[in-house]
Ligand binder design. Structure first.
Ligand SMILES: *Cc1c(COP(=O)(O)O)cnc(C)c1O
Length: 360
């Protein structure tokens, strides 16, 4: 068996230990004679899996007691609609547009309320995070929305925007559990887990309790009302059981690795190897303003499309997979999530050095 280094932006690399453990438990989970895939979501066994998963993510992120943790379906994209549906009071929200995902979220929200786009980095193809220290936000907006790590463009907010007292909602799909976070600064944090936490099919939403409305517009689907899911402990209907089980294993892996402080240190170390190389390379160039660089997604180019394609193909042949940039950006992108070992980043940089020499 030969595993590749998988730099995919998502679904993405998972810790090998977790995959091995899941494989061992595939046919018989802890002596119950069946797989978690075959288990009733109403069983004691599964209740224990989801309870433990919730407790572990609470421990990792230090989530205050007045926040609910929901394990949902429909991907991050479903929350683009659920956020305005649940938070709509005055019927207005402020969006900061830093890439495709924020753009899509704003467009979706516009179906349900008035959207003010209070800042954007579209003028420079989203290669930076706009200054959000003094935004022109109306007093009556229901929330301020950000995409905290921009998976496609490789930027990250290293400082949260000044929301002027308004509720902050953040899509953290591609930086979930990559570093410590002060949950109390947010009203809602959510993310699809297939980037940094688990298999596709689960989205985790962490929502301050007072933001979960008792009543919403009667046209809001029952499944999209946060209250439905919060009251039922994420078990209103059949949840993505197997996905939640794998997320739980990843939480335990992160705990074992030393928690989010250790993750941050490890991620910084990995990213530095790659960014240092890019900053000194004569062939490759990082595309993001250095101060806004993401630790998770690293886009780069040679400036020559043919050479980019050659690089991606030769890297693949060398066991370095999924380095092609997003179709809207071109070039290359290395996603180096929590589960990417430092050896993978070193192997990538070595390969880039070799490629640079051969193509000088
Ligand atoms: C991938 C991604 C999404 C979309 O996730 P789905 O689960 O496919 O809906 C949304 N936001 C960000 C930041 C992403 O990286």
């Amino acid at each position: 068996m030969a595993r590749v280094y998988n730099f995919s932006a998502g679904p993405a690399v998972l810790p090998e230990e977790v995959l091995k453990e899941a494989a061992e438990e595939m046919l018989d989970y802890k002596g119950c004679g069946m797989s978690v895939m075959e288990m009733s979501h109403r069983s004691k066994m599964f209740q224990q899996i989801i309870d433990e998963a919730e407790q572990d993510i609470r421990d990792l992120m230090n989530i205050p007691d007045n926040y609910k943790v929901l394990f949902l379906q429909g991907g991050a994209s479903q929350q683009f609609a659920a956020v305005p549906m649940n938070l709509k009071k005055n019927g207005k929200a402020a969006y900061i547009v830093t890439g495709q995902w924020a753009k899509k979220a704003a467009a979706e929200a516009e179906k349900y309320l008035e959207v003010q786009r209070v800042a954007s980095s579209a003028d420079k193809t989203f290669t930076y995070i706009p200054d959000c220290s003094d935004l022109d936000i109306d007093d009556d907006v229901d929330y301020v929305y950000i995409c905290e790590n921009n998976t496609i463009y490789g930027t990250k907010y290293h400082e949260l925007p000044n929301t002027k007292g308004h509720t902050l909602v953040a899509d953290v799909s591609s930086c979930f559990l990559s570093e410590p976070v002060d949950v109390s600064k947010y009203g809602v944090i959510y993310g699809g887990v297939q980037k940094n936490v688990g298999p596709a099919g689960v989205v985790i939403a962490i929502i301050r309790e007072d933001l979960i409305p008792e009543e919403v517009d009667s046209t809001v689907p029952t499944m999209l009302q946060w209250k439905t899911q919060a009251d039922a402990g994420s078990l209103y209907n059949t949840p993505p059981c197997y996905g939640i089980y794998i997320c739980g294993k990843v939480f335990k892996w992160i705990k074992k690795m030393g928690g989010l402080d250790a993750m941050k240190k490890r991620n910084e170390e990995k990213a530095k190897i790659l960014y240092d190389f890019l900053d000194n390379s004569k062939l490759f160039k990082g595309t993001v303003v250095p101060k806004d660089r993401s630790l998770m997604n690293v886009p780069f180019v040679t400036g020559n499309e043919e050479l980019d394609a050659k690089f991606v193909a030769e890297a693949k042949a060398a066991g370095l997979e999924n380095l092609k940039g997003h179709r809207t950006v071109g070039g290359m992108r290395a996603s180096i999530y929590n589960a990417m070992p430092i050896e993978g980043v070193k192997a990538l940089v070595e390969f880039m050095e070799k490629f640079e020499k051969e193509n000088a």
